[in-house]
Design a protein around this ligand. Structure first.
Ligand SMILES: [Zn+2]
Ligand SMILES: [Zn+2]
Length: 128
């Protein structure tokens, strides 16, 4: 069952917009979207040097800055995959990423969905 479904998908000059059935509107800058690519190859790059378990963390996105993206990244083509995902064909030749709507909604970069990360508990409470 699709819990998060879009009612509008739109390509803009520098960002992709998804308007959801619950009324929320998400804007994904293309650089961000490319860095968030959920394919295995990009996931491994984002988790370089980390414990393998971080691959299965709730968001599973790792360090997006490890993905090198040029400023003029653009999707050449965006295709619907079934009814659950989008596949982006990027102008850097990368096209293996399938972005499920659930993941897109979870990774919405707006301040409402992605507030500043909380302070790490271990830093709040030093043992020494
Ligand atoms: Zn990828
Ligand atoms: Zn949002």
């Amino acid at each position: 069952m699709i819990k998060k479904s879009p009612k509008l998908l739109k390509k803009h000059a520098n960002a992709f917009q998804v308007e959801w059935k619950d009324g929320h509107s998400s804007w994904y800058p293309y650089t961000y979207l490319r860095q968030m690519c959920p394919c295995a190859e990009c996931t491994i790059i984002r988790h370089k040097g980390r414990d393998v378990h971080s691959l299965f963390s709730p968001q599973g996105d790792g360090d997006i800055t490890l993905i090198a993206v040029s400023d003029d990244i653009q999707p050449l083509d965006i295709q619907l995959v079934g009814r659950y995902a989008l596949q982006f064909n990027w102008n850097d030749g990368h096209a293996t990423g399938i972005y499920p709507f659930e993941v897109l909604r979870e990774t919405c970069p707006c301040p409402e969905c992605a507030p500043l990360p909380p302070i790490q508990p271990e830093k709040e409470n030093p043992e020494s």
